[in-house]
Ligand binder design. Structure first.
Ligand code: THU
Length: 160
């Protein structure tokens, strides 16, 4: 038996103003998407913006449903739309922002496990890393150079 240590590297920006201009612009798209989220049940609004290598930006937000499990997270709404509309484009960056209508969300909100799995599929498909930036409404922004950092020991098509 031997122990195996898995390490993930993340970068942390003090706030939105520290972001490089292209990422700040993408995050603004995510913020706009967050404001349009349909989240009457959780009151937790999430926005996602995806920059593709063809220059297009695709956004999405969470869409809830009275039958709770039928709703969908912002990240998957956005990435499935990107896959549907631009099947051959590569995803360069994703910006994510989340905020509760009950209290101001000041901590960076990472994508949920199901969304990490969905993003991993596209990272594997395109064979190039996807940069992911996530934040709350204010405060620090976390950057991961690749989805793999957020989902170690991921399951992918190479196992099938
Ligand atoms: N949500 C997302 O949109 N993305 C995540 O990664 C985490 C959760 C949504 C789902 C639901 O509408 C609300 O946030 C509360 O879980």
């Amino acid at each position: 038996m031997k122990e195996v240590k898995i390490e993930s590297k993340l970068s942390v920006f003090d706030d939105f103003n520290e972001l490089p201009p292209d990422v700040a612009k993408l995050m603004e798209n995510a913020i706009e998407a967050r404001r349009n989220a349909y989240a009457p049940y959780s009151k937790f609004l999430v926005g996602a913006a995806i920059l593709l290598d063809n220059g297009e930006v695709v956004t999405g937000n969470n869409q809830e449903n009275a039958s709770y499990p039928s709703g969908l997270c912002a990240e998957r709404t956005a990435i499935y739309y990107a896959g549907a509309k631009f099947p051959n484009a590569k995803i360069l960056k994703m910006a994510l922002t989340a905020g509760s209508q009950i209290q101001t969300t000041k901590t960076p909100i990472p994508p949920c496990g199901a969304c990490r799995q969905a993003i991993a599929e596209y990272e594997f498909k395109q064979d190039d890393p996807i940069e992911i930036y996530f934040m709350g409404e204010t405060g620090k922004v976390v950057k991961s150079d690749s989805l793999a950092n957020l989902l170690p020991l991921g399951f992918d098509k190479s196992f099938l």
